[in-house]
Design a protein. Structure first.
Ligand SMILES: [Zn+2]
Length: 490
């Protein structure tokens, strides 16, 4: 997040301005110390990051990274974070700095590095964050540093102590397309160096500036470690895939936090120059010369996301009920009731794919799996972090992200439904909570509570088998499955 500076006072702490003062005061700053003419309400308002605005004292030229030149000159640059890591300390460390982050920032024209010194501010940077940097000076990179191969220019700033520079993380920066076009990408053309994940795993690490475009499949839990030197660090494993292969992307240290905002089967990563290890499972990680573009604007990325979404639709163990899509009340009151057969739906859906409609089916359940699912502890299910989760209980915790989850009745509980024209398997249906209750005579919670009662489960299964069911269903291309809205046992 952007540094939160309560008033102008911290920019001009006496011990910094006075070169004679070598011993920084360890005394905590009290309200009285902020005696800079601001009222307490003004100071409080400034604490609110939304209200806080840094006021530049000079004019800064807005420039793109590709046109930066080394030397003095006030510029403001906006770009996306494509890598960041803690820099090892050296003797050039400014007084009072507690550490330094190296942030690699990219826009559509180029890449440069920001040495961001910090004292009290904890910059919570994520990959893909849109950031703006105000600086009075740009330097040529230290050529010895591998990290700067692709970031030949660097600026060194310490916003907490130097009022001529500033570092800002843009609000809601995941949205929008600003600075999301990969460098060198032209619409309709293949991006230079882009290879499939399979080709990369099979020998791509040899390719200089090799790039892979992958989709996030699932995100593992964050694990905390203490390093040999006694420092706290963390890591997270992200499963990634494209249409040719699967792999793991391990994020260490500060970058691990980035994964928390990524969405399985949605977030696309363009990874340039990753580190690679292939002993057990192909594993990518970030070195200092790696760059990660999150959700880049390019045709291949849209295509891969589309593929991923189609795949999840097929694979999701319990696709969520599309709330608000079908007007069940209105359909129930309507005098016109369209009776379909399973063959009709197939035909109708093919002929008018963009339509969505509500109709009725007359079906018989010829396979029920209540007892067998109970035995396998799979009566209810859901999915989190891209991982299917089953239980004979209505709530559980995701082992990856530790979120509390509510499980819904497993659609595989009804194995096969038929009418005179065809059959439909449970995987092709999405059930509303209401329909489950009408079918089973109990809601998910009551079903979960009945799991100790084997007799009841067996009875339920026997009672429902071969019963004729009047099914009110909805169809929509958007959902791509038959949605069971209501059920009447005939
Ligand atoms: Zn989760």
């Amino acid at each position: 997040m952007a540094p939160q500076v309560p008033s102008i006072q911290p920019f001009s702490q006496p011990e910094v301005l006075s070169p004679a003062s070598h011993k920084p005061s360890r005394r905590p700053i009290s309200k009285a110390d902020m005696n800079d003419g601001f009222t307490s309400s003004e100071v409080e308002a400034a604490f609110d990051s939304a209200l806080h605005k840094w006021q530049p004292r000079m004019t800064y030229d807005e420039v793109v990274i590709g046109s930066l030149v080394p030397g003095p000159g006030c510029v403001v640059v906006t770009g996306r974070v494509v890598n960041s890591y803690d820099q090892t300390m050296n003797s050039k460390m400014p007084q009072e700095a507690r550490g330094c982050l190296r942030v690699i920032v990219r826009d559509d024209t180029g890449t440069f590095a920001v040495k961001l010194w910090y004292a009290k501010v904890d910059y919570q940077l994520r990959l893909g964050h849109l950031v703006s940097i105000w600086t009075p000076h740009i330097s040529s990179g230290e050529s010895s540093s591998l990290a700067l191969q692709d970031a030949a220019l660097v600026t060194s700033i310490f916003p907490e102590r130097d009022n001529s520079c500033y570092f800002m993380v843009q609000e809601n920066s995941d949205e929008g397309v600003l600075c999301k076009t990969p460098q060198g990408y032209r619409d309709g053309e293949k991006l230079d160096g882009l290879i499939t994940l399979k080709n990369y795993v099979d020998g791509g690490p040899e390719v200089a500036e090799g790039k892979v475009l992958v989709c996030v499949k699932s995100i593992g839990g964050r694990k905390k470690f203490t390093t040999e030197k006694g420092n706290q660090t963390q890591k997270v494993d992200v499963n990634i895939f494209d249409d040719t292969a699967d792999a793991t992307l391990t994020l260490w240290g500060r970058t691990a936090a980035s994964a928390s905002s990524w969405k399985p089967s949605y977030t696309i990563l363009l990874i340039t120059n990753p580190s690679f290890k292939g002993d057990v499972r192909p594993t990518l990680s970030l070195s200092q010369s790696t760059r990660v573009d999150v959700d880049p604007c390019m045709t291949d990325a849209y295509w891969l996301r589309g593929q991923a979404q189609r795949l999840t639709k097929r694979e999701h163990v319990n696709q969520p009920f599309p709330e608000g899509l079908f007007d069940v009340e209105e359909a129930a009151e309507s005098e016109v009731r369209m009776l379909f057969t399973l063959a009709d739906i197939d035909e109708f859906a093919r002929a008018a794919p963009a339509e969505h409609f509500i109709g009725y089916l007359s079906l018989t359940a010829i396979e029920l799996n209540i007892y067998s699912l109970y035995q396998r502890n799979m009566l209810l299910c859901t999915e989190c972090c891209g991982v299917p989760i089953f239980a004979n209980a209505i709530t559980t915790q995701c082992k990856q992200c530790e979120k509390d989850l509510t499980l819904r009745i497993n659609p595989r509980l009804v194995g096969l439904l038929v009418d005179e024209t065809g059959a439909i398997t449970s995987g092709k249906l999405i059930w509303s909570d209401e329909a489950w209750e009408q079918l089973l005579g109990r809601n998910a919670q009551e079903l979960a509570a009945a799991t100790g009662n084997v007799q009841l489960l067996k009875y339920l299964e026997n009672r429902l088998l071969f019963l004729k069911l009047a099914v009110m269903f909805g169809w929509s291309e958007e959902v791509g499955k038959i949605v069971v809205l209501r059920i009447t046992i005939v």
